[in-house]
Write a protein that binds this ligand. Structure first.
Ligand code: GLN
Ligand code: ZN
Length: 764
């Protein structure tokens, strides 16, 4: 008997980032909406086809989005603010106004707030709800796309965000801002869900996938109760519901989830295999169980022999009530490994991207229904690659392992406390009050991108490449001097991306050619693949930073991506703990700090924008995470002399409740993004208690708008009421690589002027 295999969602950007290209061309005005629609249509059709070829019983529909699937769902429900509408209607351009504040038609406006999708690096647009909002089906994309797939003869399973997850992720002005207030909208919201499900039923759809990933979070009782209320109501709909949970175990919600009156339940058995038994025990006699068995968050080939052993007893027990799927939507992995022709064959054989994952699913289900498959060449060679990886000497390095033995002596951090270090640093650097600096990158011009590509492709020799980059560095340094900045940077023009660049220079890490994953809208990242022990064969950044320092008498700040961020923004090996891998990264970066210091770079910034992203979803695991994350940072900074000033930088996350571990990093200076969260949102008390130097960003670098001197001054004055002025730095929110030169120069000029005015004010 064959088990049903299905998929929770497919990457929508395209194997060659076709959607990105089409979107950006449309936004620029180089092509029209018809061309964009055409690209979207052909991508969807291709993806359905690929999934059908992989033998899935259902192909998912409704997982496509022009910008973001949560924004699309808000549009579907008609909860889109007037400022994004055109003639009161929701249009294609409304989705772009909502996502990025700008579209080929319509007024520029403030974009919707964007935040991270659970613990992934995907960002969704936070829906905005009002207490009196009405839910009307105003945008029918998911219905239309489903109808189109059906018309092609496909067996479809529409995918929609569940009502409680949708409410949980939304924000709005509710009484006292209390989350429970949102639950007052539930009845109205369910009416809209009933209508949509009714539509699907009319199309002849039998199963609808309803995503409720918040069931892996710790939910207040009121929300647990609301789940019961909601699904008791939705059980009357004419379609069967597959309630999907992912990114963790059900834990406290296990009884709740297994007892909800839905036809099927999907659980993530990659992240939380231990929940399989209790879920099965409580499933009841009728419910379908969909087991997420192929990792939707990582790129390793599945250990099918192990999966087989786990599932075989269940296969007999549940029969056709057992379905198999990836753990979550494949949105979080690249599309097709077949495109990777540059990776060596061994490494290639260890990996699996979206298409390969579906093939694995197919193979596993065939093996479960036919024991002969276990003797097939296909099964054996698949498993041989697993064994090859387990036994490979490539993942293991003796030198590094020996060094790790001494780790306890390396994670003590700095030798003197901040209060003493800072005095020595002040003496050495003699910086003015309100010192000005930037976060690292400067605008990346078309020329710079062209040189990097030509060099990579072998069309530009190393000497010419170096000469070109150094010319840019010299120019950038001269500009910063002319602007009157106090601590300069080399500008990062040699870096394509802050994690990929380091991935390229460390052994044990591979970089793919087309391994793109959507981060938000049209933005994609190519996460490095950490497959083995990490070594730094040679200094990575020293040459550039040192060169920059030769161009000026002012201090140049070295620029590193921190160990936690490198970990969070990579595909990480799954044969040891994340903590161990992070320690290895930290050691490699420690050597880089030592080398920078030896080369005369006395101020070094270690970026940790993903510090919070690494936090586990379950609060139970939170303290342990921060403990090792902080320790790793200390491994990296521990070699710094007392006079070496260590900076760190964080952005685009909520800092208030993690200020304690942030303070424990014990950096001499932290620069923070504050435009998105507004300085007011940084808890005054929290700021006042921060122990060392701090630079709250005074320029929102995501906008082309130039902040005026007066605006910056106001922000700084406000900060100066909370932070002792001798510890206050002046800087933008984040790196400037996506900005153009004209607004960069103007904004920095204003920033320096504001700092100078404040110096006078406070010196008096
Ligand atoms: N140093 C990096 C830059 O300026 C920091 C980027 C980030 O925080 N994401 O680009
Ligand atoms: Zn940043």
């Amino acid at each position: 008997m064959a088990h049903t295999i299905h998929n929770l969602g497919f990457p929508r950007i395209g194997a060659q980032r076709e959607l990105k290209t089409a979107l950006e061309s449309y936004w620029r005005g180089s092509s029209d909406a018809a061309a964009l629609y055409e690209t979207g249509k052909s991508l969807r059709e291709r993806h359905w086809q690929q999934q059908q070829t992989a033998g899935l019983q259902f192909v998912p529909t409704g997982d496509f989005a022009w910008y973001d699937h949560i924004a699309t769902w808000a549009a579907t429900l008609g909860v889109v603010s007037n400022r994004y509408r055109q003639n009161e209607k929701i249009t294609l351009n409304s989705l772009f106004l909502l996502g990025r504040g700008r579209a080929p038609s319509g007024q520029d406006t403030a974009a919707g707030e964007m935040t991270k999708w659970f613990d992934t690096n995907y960002h969704y647009i936070v829906p905005e709800l009002k207490a009196d909002c009405v839910f009307n089906i105003e945008w029918t994309q998911c219905l239309d796309e489903t109808a189109a797939a059906i018309a092609q003869g496909l067996n479809v399973k529409p995918v929609i965000p569940g009502p409680l997850t949708f409410l949980w992720l939304s924000k709005g002005e509710f009484n006292g801002g209390c989350d429970d207030e949102k639950l007052l909208l539930l009845d109205k919201l369910l009416l809209a869900y009933e209508k949509i499900l009714q539509q699907f039923a009319l199309f002849g759809v039998s199963w609808v996938q309803i995503d409720e990933p918040i069931l892996v979070l710790e939910l207040p009782l009121s929300w647990q109760t609301a789940f019961e209320r909601a699904y008791h109501r939705l059980q009357n709909s004419a379609v069967k519901l597959l309630l999907t949970t992912y990114f963790g175990g059900l834990n406290n919600n296990l009884m709740l989830a297994t007892r909800l009156p839905v036809a099927g339940l999907h659980i993530d058995c990659v992240r939380a295999p231990e929940q399989l038994k209790p879920v099965v025990d409580n499933l009841g006699p009728y419910k379908i169980l969909s087991v997420g068995i192929i990792d939707g968050r990582n790129i390793w080939r599945t250990n099918l022999a192990q999966a087989f052993n786990l599932l075989q007893p269940l296969s007999e027990k549940l029969g056709d009530r057992l379905w198999l799927a990836p753990s979550c939507s494949l949105l979080h992995v690249p599309v097709d490994l077949a495109q990777e022709t540059e990776l060596d064959t061994q490494l290639h054989s260890w990996l699996s991207f979206a298409i390969q994952k579906l093939d694995e699913l197919n193979l596993l289900s065939r093996a479960l229904s036919d024991a002969n498959v276990l003797n097939s060449e296909e099964w054996q060679s698949h498993n041989a690659a697993m064994v090859d990886r387990q036994l490979s000497s490539r993942t293991y390095n003796h030198e590094l392992r020996a060094r790790l033995e001494n780790l306890p002596s390396l994670q003590h951090g700095r030798s003197l406390p901040y209060s003493q270090r800072i005095k020595q640093q002040q003496q050495k650097w003699a910086l003015p009050l309100f010192p000005t600096t930037t976060i690292g990158s400067f605008p990346q011009t078309a020329d710079i991108r062209k040189w990097r590509k030509a060099y990579r492709d072998g069309d530009l020799d190393a000497v010419s490449y170096e000469r070109n980059i150094k010319a840019i560095i010299a120019e950038t340094i001269a500009l910063q001097e002319a602007l009157g900045l106090d601590v300069l940077v080399h500008g990062e023009s040699e870096r394509n991306d802050m994690s990929e660049y380091f991935g390229e220079h460390l052994t044990g890490i591979a970089v793919s050619e087309f391994g793109w994953v959507q981060s938000y809208g049209s933005r994609c990242v190519k996460p490095p693949i950490i497959y083995g022990d990490i070594l730094r064969p040679a200094a990575i950044t020293v040459e550039w930073s040192h060169y920059a320092q030769t161009q000026t008498q002012l201090p140049v700040k070295g620029m590193l991506t921190g160990p936690v961020t490198l970990l969070c923004w990579s595909f990480v090996r799954d044969d040891q703990s994340r903590k161990n891998t992070c320690q290895q990264l930290a050691l490699a970066l420690r050597d880089e700090v030592a080398d920078l210091q030896a080369a005369g770079i006395g101020i070094i910034q270690i970026d940790e924008p993903a510090f919070r992203e690494g936090q586990p979803l379950n609060s139970r695991d939170k303290d342990a995470y921060y403990q090792w994350a902080v320790n790793c940072f200390h491994i990296t900074t521990g070699v710094a002399d007392d006079t070496t000033q260590i900076h760190t930088h964080m952005c685009y996350s909520d800092f208030n409740d993690i200020m304690k571990p942030i303070a424990q990093l014990d950096a001499d200076v932290i620069t923070l993004e504050t435009a998105r969260s507004r300085l007011e949102l940084l808890d005054a008390q929290v700021l006042a208690n921060y122990p060392s130097d701090i630079g709250p960003g005074v320029w929102d670098i995501h906008s082309p708008i130039v902040p005026s001197v007066a605006e910056i001054q106001t922000l700084l004055e406000r900060a100066a009421q909370l932070i002792p002025v001798e510890r206050l730095w002046v800087n933008p929110d984040c790196g400037l690589k996506t900005r153009g030169w004209p607004e960069t120069l103007e904004s920095l000029r204003n920033m320096v002027t504001a700092a100078q005015l404040l110096r006078k004010q406070y010196a008096a």
